[in-house]
Every structure is written in C-alpha cells, then in structure tokens.
Design a protein around this ligand. Structure first.
Ligand code: EPZ
Length: 418
C-alpha cells in the first residue's frame, strides 16, 4: 500500500503551476456522452477520478485515447446506457452521466454514485429536477432506472444550489426540446466552465454563474477543443501550504476572484501577497494569527473543499479559530488525525474550535478523504519529525503527482510502498 513519508519543518521556495480543475473535468467528461464527434481536452492531469471517469466512458462505448497530456474522446457510436455498481460506486461524478445518457439514449440505468465519505450525499435534487423535466424514474435494487422519452424543456427550481444537480440538469437541458430555466442554481466557476464547454459544442446555455441558467434545447452537439480552468481548490491548497510552512512561492494559474475570501483572510494574518494576471506570489514567515471565525458556503463564499486545509493552518496559528462546516454533515474526519499530531481541536456537530499550538509532531496518520488527506500532508510538512500518511490513493483523486510538486518546492516528501 502506498504512503507518503514526510520529514517536516522545511520552508517552501520556488514556483508551482496549478493543474486543470478536477471538478470541471468530471462534468465535462460526462457531457462528452452527448457529443456526436471528437472532443479534445487539453492538458488533462491524470487524477484518479479522471481515470475512473474514463473507464465509465469506455464502458459506455466512448472512444478514449491520450495524446501526451491531451485527452481525446469520441462518443459518436455509443450504444450502452447502463453504468454498473462497480464503476458508478468509484466516484461521485458517475451520477453526472445520468442527464447526458437520457439526452443521448432517452433511457438510462445508473447505479448509485460513490465519492468521498463526507456525508450522506443524497441525489434527490438530481432526480427531482429530472422528473420535473418529464423523466420517469424508478429507484430499485441500488439502481436508478430512468426513461426520458417525454422530456420537455421547463422551469426547474432547486431547493438548494447543489453543484452536481445544477450540472446534471444543465446537461439534461441542452438536448431537450424547448426552453429549460434553472432557478437557484450553483454559481461555482466550474458551472460556468461546463456551460462554456457545452456552448463550444454548439449548445445554447446562458446565465451560468448567475441566479438563473437559461437553456434553449438544440438537436445535436458537435466536437470541439477545450481546456478547463485551473483548479481553484488546488491553488488555495498551495497558498495555505506556503502560509503555514513559511517561505516564498509563486503560484501560476491562480485566479484571485476564485478565492476571494481565502485571500482576504490570509492578507489579514501576516501573509504578503502580490497578484499579477494569473500568478500570485505569497511570502510568509510561517507564523500567522488565527482566522478567528470561518464558515464554509456556496460560491463565492469560502469553499468547503478548503475547510480541512484551513483547519491544518489554524492548528499552528496564534489564537482561536471557530470553523462552521455548512455544506457536509461529516467533513471533520481529519480532526482525530490532526489531534494525533498534537493539534488542540474539539468539535460538536458541524462546529469546530481550534486552539493554535506552537508545534505539531510527526505521527502515523490515515487519510479519511481527499481534502482531509491533503490537510494531513500540510500538517506533516509543518510538524517536527517524521509523518507517515496512509490512504493516499484518496489524495491522488484530486492532486496529480503531489509529492513531485512539493519536492520541487523543497519539501522532504516521498511516496513509499509499505
Ligand atoms: C461537488 O460535489 C464537488 N464534487 C465537491 O468536491 C464539493 O465539495 C461540492 O460540490 C460542494 O462545492 C464534484 O464536483 C465532483 P453538492 P456535489 O451537490 O455535487 C446536498 C472535492 O473534494 N445535496 O453541491 O456532491 C449534499 O448532501 C469534492 O473535490 C442534497 O441534499 O456537492 C451536500 O450537503 C468533495 N441533495 C450539499 O447539498 C442532492 O441531490 C452540497 O452538495 C445533492 C446535494
């Protein structure tokens, strides 16, 4: 089993380039199911979630091939409309294929999705939105049986601005005749990125990123060439790593408006930050004041996907920090692992109080999920002594060659086979 082995206490110096956004690539890959032609996605990092999504697409009959870092897909001749449990259960974004399969085949049989264990992660908003569009859905034996023969464009009002439900319904609308309007949609940059991809394939989607998405159904989608936006969560992670460990790092592919709240918090707590175009230079002594109070929220609020990494930083900041996790009901599984390293953290329900300590100490810890795992990498980078992190296959879901990137900045980290 692979593990990370880290000798902590090193400051970070150098440059790091942010890879393409995992949470853009996954819905875009699902959308290729609807495209009658060749799609070339440029500079695609081999996240394991991307690789698992490609396995699903190949099972459906999509031709998938790599050309260096470009991923080329052709769904012109797909016939399969089923996604079995073994494939669907590997990741959350398998559910994103439901809307596209209904558009393509008017019928779909998809097993329930998997994904990081950060809560129940229901799909009721996906299914209720599809039913509003006229899809007949039966849930039985762990599968979703859907029939989209009578789908018609209409208004859909989301109870909650779910990212995945917005993406699924946007995709379902692009090949459904008539006008589909989605009210109270998610506004994350990845939603806008998906709309840009769909429009590059000939769809008619307007208003992505606003409070109403307007879709005019078209007959078919044609191939295109596309590159997703940089991964704002990875960018925020690298920013927090430098703030925590100290040093001076230039992050390329950092779009400031993607991480406004985090930037504001870091500027208030003794980080020097210079932003020029899509590059950010961050300088830190590695000793910061605590953030005080932090609440995760839908975009443009503080992303839940940065909550574990912020907690790692707060564990060694001066003062107290209160973290409220508003998106997922079980996203504190990294807390016991940080406590093993000397952090002073207590939580009840979705509220956590962290008392900053001067030091953390190396330990043997386990990644509970993708972002919790990278928070443990951060703690190991800062800690005195050696840290061994198991379960790093969960980190590989959303960070590509992380140990190589961090080694280039001066971190003493190795991937070992134990
Ligand atoms: C996407 O998950 C991301 N994953 C998550 O990133 C991210 O944390 C999340 O959006 C929020 O930003 C991908 O894009 C692949 P949601 P998703 O639907 O779509 C509830 C990472 O680390 N909900 O916005 O599953 C749900 O339980 C991952 O990269 C329903 O109740 O998120 C949660 O409490 C982790 N019913 C809240 O909404 C539904 O039908 C947010 O979920 C759907 C969601």
């Amino acid at each position: 089993m692979e593990k990370f082995f880290i000798n902590g206490g090193k400051k970070l110096f150098g440059k790091i380039k942010v890879d393409g956004a995992k949470n853009s690539l996954l819905p875009v890959l699902a959308a290729t199911i609807m495209v009658d032609g060749e799609v070339r996605l440029k500079n695609v990092p081999k996240y394991t979630d991307v690789m698992n999504m490609c396995v699903i697409l190949e099972y459906l009959g999509v031709l998938v091939r790599w050309q260096q870092d470009d991923l080329i897909l052709d769904a012109s001749k797909i016939e399969e409309h089923t996604i079995p449990t073994a494939l669907a259960g590997a990741l959350r974004s398998s559910i994103f294929a439901l809307g596209p399969l209904l558009c393509r085949h008017k019928i779909a049989k998809v097993a329930y999705p998997g994904g990081c264990e950060i809560g129940l992660r229901p799909i009721d908003l996906h299914l209720s939105g599809l039913r509003t569009l006229g899809t007949r859905i039966v849930e039985k034996n762990g599968y979703i049986y859907a029939n989209g023969e009578s789908m018609e464009g209409c208004d859909i009002i989301l109870d909650f601005s779910s990212v995945g439900a917005t993406e699924n319904l946007m995709m379902a609308g692009v090949l459904t005749k008539g006008i589909t309007r989605i009210f109270n949609p998610a506004k994350e940059p990845e939603i806008v990125d998906l709309a840009d991809f769909l429009n590059a394939c000939g769809a008619k989607v307007e208003g992505a990123g606003t409070s109403m998405i307007y879709i005019e159904g078209v007959e078919k989608l044609h191939g295109c060439e596309f590159e997703v936006i940089p991964d704002r969560i990875a960018a925020g992670t690298y920013l927090l790593m430098c703030a925590m460990c100290g040093g001076e790092v230039e992050i390329e592919g950092f779009l400031p408006y993607h991480n406004q709240v985090l930037l504001a918090k870091l500027c208030q707590t003794a980080c020097q930050i210079d932003i020029k175009d899509d590059k950010i230079k961050v300088k830190s002594e590695g000793t910061l004041d605590a953030f005080g109070e932090v609440e995760t929220a839908v975009y443009p609020g503080l992303p839940t996907d940065l909550q574990p990494q912020i907690m790692a930083l707060q564990a060694v900041s001066h003062g107290f920090c209160l973290i409220v996790e508003n998106l997922f009901e079980a996203r504190f599984k990294h807390v016991p692992e940080l406590i093993k390293m000397g952090a002073d953290i207590r939580f009840r329900s979705n509220v956590c109080v962290i008392k900053g300590k001067d030091k953390l100490y190396g330990a043997e810890v386990n990644s509970p999920d993708l972002r919790g795992g990278v928070a443990l990498v951060m703690a190991g980078m800062k800690a005195e002594g050696y840290t061994t992190i198991s379960g790093i296959e969960l980190i590989d879901r959303g960070y590509y060659k992380l140990e190589e990137k961090l080694s280039a900045l001066g971190v003493d980290i190795k991937r070992i086979d134990d």
